[in-house]
Design a protein around this ligand. Structure first.
Ligand SMILES: [Zn+2]
Length: 233
């Protein structure tokens, strides 16, 4: 952990801002959640740490597709000249290409890396979205596919008849979510062909180090790293 974090409280791994604590955010105004400088929430900070410390995207020449881009991670990607960057989304003005994740206008095997965070829980046909991510990845490529997960539930809860924003919020956690994933999220990824690794990062940093980045090891548990095999059978 950088010394500044020890002196000031927390540090954002996306923008290096230090402060006593991050701002509250989320429906329940979760404390210590959002970076005041770049807007990074816990999920962005944990994935930023994973990318910085556990991958070589800071030096390898990679083509990267950022689905539903967030400024905090865009900031990191934009500083790395070795990354051939493309962002895509159905609605976001930050995206370079406007597209539905279920029917992306990219050729097969176009990208080395896909980042897709908190998208699939909004997508009615998430299996099709996952297949599309798999399709556009090069063999040997990998994706980070984060979704909100109830790690206490084995089974994903979804019911397409539930359409009211109030009911969706009550049952799925947010007004525009169409399901609440359980641990069987992994099955959907594997069905598409992915090799799935749940990397316990940041928990493997330990609670004290994680706290300096405003992360809680019992909440921010896993980075979902999904790899397309280099040779398909
Ligand atoms: Zn920040």
């Amino acid at each position: 952990v950088p010394d500044q974090a020890k002196r000031f409280g927390v540090i954002c791994p996306c923008c290096d801002q230090t402060c006593a604590a991050f701002r509250p955010a989320g429906l329940k105004h979760r404390p210590n959640a959002q970076c005041p400088e770049c807007g990074a929430r816990e999920r962005h900070r944990m994935v930023a740490l994973y990318l910085k410390h556990r991958t070589t995207i800071d030096r390898d020449h990679v083509s990267l597709l950022d689905i539903a881009p967030h400024p905090s991670l865009q900031r990191i990607f934009s500083t790395l000249s070795n990354i051939e960057y493309l962002s895509a989304d159905l609605q976001s003005p930050l995206a370079m290409v406007k597209t539905d994740i279920c029917a992306m206008p990219f050729a097969d095997a176009s990208f080395d890396v896909v980042i897709c965070m908190h998208v699939l829980e909004h997508v009615p046909n998430d299996r099709q979205g996952i297949r599309e991510v798999y399709r556009v990845l090069k063999p040997g490529g990998w994706a980070i596919l984060q979704v909100p997960i109830d790690y206490h539930q084995c089974t994903t809860f979804e019911d397409p008849t539930i359409e009211s924003p109030q009911e969706r919020e009550r049952l799925f956690g947010q007004h525009d979510h169409v399901r609440l994933y359980g641990l069987d999220y992994r099955d959907r990824l594997e069905e598409a062909g992915f090799q799935v690794e749940l990397v316990p990062y940041p928990p493997e940093l330990g609670p004290d180090v994680a706290a300096h980045y405003g992360l809680k090891t019992n909440r921010d548990r896993y980075t979902w790293v999904c790899t397309k095999a280099a040779t398909t059978p």
